[in-house]
Design a protein around this ligand. Structure first.
Ligand SMILES: NC(=O)c1ccc[n+]([C@@H]2O[C@H](COP(=O)([O-])OP(=O)(O)OC[C@H]3O[C@@H](n4cnc5c(N)ncnc54)[C@H](OP(=O)(O)O)[C@@H]3O)[C@@H](O)[C@H]2O)c1
Length: 240
């Protein structure tokens, strides 16, 4: 993908990996639009980076996704890059009282929202690039986040399919596969021991410059190349 002069929507661009992407794409000379549920978080980013454009919405809801798309179509119909980054991770057990309720929300945000947004944003003639954020847990599940891990396997599989089908329309589809990184995903503190987002972003941008369409880092780079036996060993280590 060309790395400057794009107009890019980054869902969940106000924090964590999304914020790292926002900062870097702004520095590279792009117009960046970010969205999320927390207006105060978006306002803080806007205060630091006045050029950033913000939109508050809840992507769990079909109405939230429609509102985002209608606003982009009306105000930014030259948008050419969609980055499906927003996601949630829930530490749940299938026997928990609120398991099904939590699972539905996780599936709506991690799967339904990116699929719906892709369907909608393909209607923009300007669209050239879609980036979907999956996870190293798409290769090997962490059993404490069983629905999350499965949503990311879904996104890996779906992204691989549309990489092929959308090539016919000259739309590039890229899968970004972060390993565990230090963000607030799943709740504050859970990811403190992991590498900083900045190291991941540096590596991702180098891979984008190289024209790669499966972007990995650290543990996810290892898992992308691992044999079935290696993956079984990782599973055993991660889930003692
Ligand atoms: N950090 C890791 O270890 C890691 C590893 C692999 C993959 N990932 C993936 O990377 C992506 C970004 O996660 P992160 O680590 O940067 O965590 P994060 O800081 O919690 O970021 C998640 C972002 O998604 C937004 N979001 C969540 N639900 C939303 C909703 N219903 N509507 C609109 N926006 C919503 C959040 O904003 P609001 O809360 O304001 O809505 C937030 O900005 C996720 O897809 C995650 O699965 C992360």
């Amino acid at each position: 993908m060309q790395l400057n002069n794009n107009k890019i929507l980054i869902t969940g661009g106000g924090s964590g990996i999304g914020l790292g992407l926002s900062e870097r794409f702004l520095n590279e000379g792009n117009t960046v639009i970010i969205c999320g549920r927390r207006a105060d978080v978006l306002a803080e980013v806007k205060a630091q980076y006045p050029a950033v454009i913000t939109f508050t919405c809840d992507l769990e809801l079909e109405s939230g996704r429609m509102a985002l798309y209608e606003w982009v179509r009306a105000e930014h119909n030259d948008l050419n890059v969609l980055i499906n980054n927003a996601g949630v991770q829930k530490w749940v057990d299938v026997a928990d009282d609120h398991f099904y309720e939590n699972a539905k929300q996780e599936i709506a945000i991690n799967i339904e929202a990116p699929l719906h947004l892709i369907f909608l944003f393909l209607k923009l003639n300007s669209l050239t690039t879609i980036i979907n954020v999956s996870s190293g847990l798409s290769y090997v599940p962490l059993v404490k986040v069983p629905v999350y891990s499965a949503t990311k396997s879904f996104m890996r599989s779906f992204t691989t399919s549309i990489q092929k089908t959308l090539a016919a329309r000259n739309i590039e589809v890229i899968e970004m596969i972060p390993p565990a990184l230090n963000t607030d995903l799943g709740g504050k503190g859970l990811h403190d021991a992991y590498p900083p987002v900045s190291e991941f972003i540096d590596s991702i941008f180098q891979q984008l410059k190289n024209g790669d369409n499966k972007l990995t880092f650290g543990m996810s780079a290892m898992m992308a190349k691992a044999s079935a036996d290696d993956l079984q060993n990782v599973f055993n280590r991660m889930n003692p």
